[in-house]
Design a protein around this ligand. Structure first.
Ligand SMILES: [Zn+2]
Length: 213
């Protein structure tokens, strides 16, 4: 979910036992707290850092899970999707990165299959800065991360890591069960700008993946 190239030198990247992404197989079905999204429209601030396009948020968009409130900080994109479900690799993922009050990171992955055009991506793609200089382009237009969420709010949850160096663990991952779609044209538009930017699934090493009922 960070945007550095995968594989940079860091012991955790090579030897960690709670790494992301993963292939979600044999999840355990449980009654999990619902995801209470309280995202708000915000002025669009988007940056091209050479590895991905990242949209930054202020403090207004939050996700409440049980007693915990997480503030949305940014979202960005990967090809391919990183996390797999039952072996299926997805064309793309959006990672919505949140931080809890205690500083704990929570990453939420939305997966995309090829199919119908995605309206949220259609609004974003033309606004990605051409120059990969790390400068944020700020627009009058607003962005609401709710538009990147599937209608079905069922999810998987597991304990993982940053997906690039330093591969820090202690990151709580939520993977939305229902994938969205993007058109082949949208995928091609992205791939003409960015190379594949996520590592392959990592071993679960005995971790349990929870699945909401
Ligand atoms: Zn990511």
């Amino acid at each position: 979910m960070a945007s550095q190239p995968a594989g940079a030198a860091s012991p955790l990247c090579q030897f960690g036992h709670r790494q992301s992404p993963v292939d979600i197989v044999a999840p355990v079905r449980l009654k999990l707290a619902p995801l209470d999204f309280r995202y708000r429209a915000a002025p669009l601030k988007i940056v091209n850092d050479g590895h991905t396009a990242r949209v930054r948020f202020g403090k207004d968009s939050t996700l409440v899970i049980g007693n915990e409130t997480y503030t949305l900080q940014q979202f960005h994109f990967h090809t391919p999707g990183g996390d797999r479900i039952g072996g299926e690799e997805f064309a793309m993922a959006a990672h919505l990165l949140h931080r809890g009050k205690s500083g704990r990171l929570l990453a939420l992955a939305v997966l995309f299959r090829q199919g119908a055009e995605n309206p949220a991506l259609a609004a974003l793609w033309p606004r990605i800065p051409l120059r990969a200089d790390g400068d944020h382009a700020v627009f009058e237009a607003t962005v609401d991360a709710t538009e990147l969420l599937p209608a079905n709010r069922a999810y998987y949850r597991y304990e993982g890591s940053l997906t690039a160096a330093p591969c820090s663990e202690g990151v709580s991952w939520i993977v939305m069960k229902q994938p969205l779609t993007l058109s082949s044209e949208q995928l091609t538009q992205w791939k003409t700008r960015f190379t594949d930017n996520i590592r392959t699934p990592q071993s679960l090493h005995g971790r349990i993946v929870q699945e909401s009922l």
